[in-house]
Write a protein that binds this ligand. Sequence first.
Ligand SMILES: Cc1ncc(C[n+]2csc(CCOP(=O)(O)OP(=O)(O)O)c2C)c(N)n1
Ligand code: SF4
Ligand SMILES: [Mg+2]
Length: 284
Amino acid sequence: MSTTVAEFTPQGYKTDEHPIWCPGCGDFGVLDSLYKSLAGLKVDPKDLVVVSGIGCSGRTPGFIRSYGFHSVHGRVLPVALGVKLANPALHVIGVGGDGDGFAIGGGHIPHAARRNPDMIYIVMDNSTYGLTKGQYSPTSPTGFQAGSTPYGNIEQPLNPLAMLIAYGATFVGQGYSGKPKELSDLITKAMEHKGFGFLNVISPCITFYNTYKVIPPRLAEIPKDHDPANRVKAFELALQTDHLRLGIFYQVRQPTFEEGVAEVIKKAQASSRPRLDEIFANFS
Ligand SMILES: Cc1ncc(C[n+]2csc(CCOP(=O)(O)OP(=O)(O)O)c2C)c(N)n1
Ligand code: SF4
Ligand SMILES: [Mg+2]
């Protein structure tokens, strides 16, 4: 697969597959923003791998002209990390839903964040399990009523931004599918960041949890004087859940996982320790 610069337009990243999402689904806005960012960064489709989990959002790789892996529910991050380690020259984008990422896949988040691979992870957060018809998810608000919580959700919602800042992600931001220009700028900055870029993207499920009226009045910008390198301030901002702030909460440069692995390979090559294949040869 290859392309030319002339093809670096948002349109050029579309596949022949038409998204089967419900008309009005927020995921369309996320996909359009991704197309714009990829075109702006002139990412060659042959150097791009989009990895997803399972859910409506998990269908995204099918709609992007690139390599793709529609993987297993909750396993976006280990698969994406494996791809990046196998070929660090690739651009790797992980995408999935709030259920996929924070429920069944929640155990992978701290480890991806602290390892700091140079890839991005976009969670399309609609606060429900869209694909399986609207059950409550880890980001559903308390009181959320659905088939699985007919008397209202009794749990506290999880705070994705605070969680990722606490776990040591080096880029943490939030966008909204209804603001595609701003979202595309944010995705571009996350992709330009060297390290693990996490984006929580509020992306309403018009069919099972239509938040199009309640989200916009809660949106706010990150204060202009916020220093994204200040982890404590970023955490404080993330805890202010009365507003849904859009932009970069936290960003610092730290060594990436691939940089660390390359160092280990160099040390191993220079070492006189027996190699694993030599050790195993003694057992045969
Ligand atoms: C191991 C496993 N458990 C459960 C399911 C059923 N399942 C498919 S998608 C999904 C949740 C989807 O919600 P989310 O990740 O938020 O994605 P959305 O559809 O909202 O984009 C579930 C529970 C599955 N496919 N595999
Ligand atoms: S069910 Fe919800 S999340 Fe799934 S495509 Fe429809 S609107 Fe989007
Ligand atoms: Mg969801």
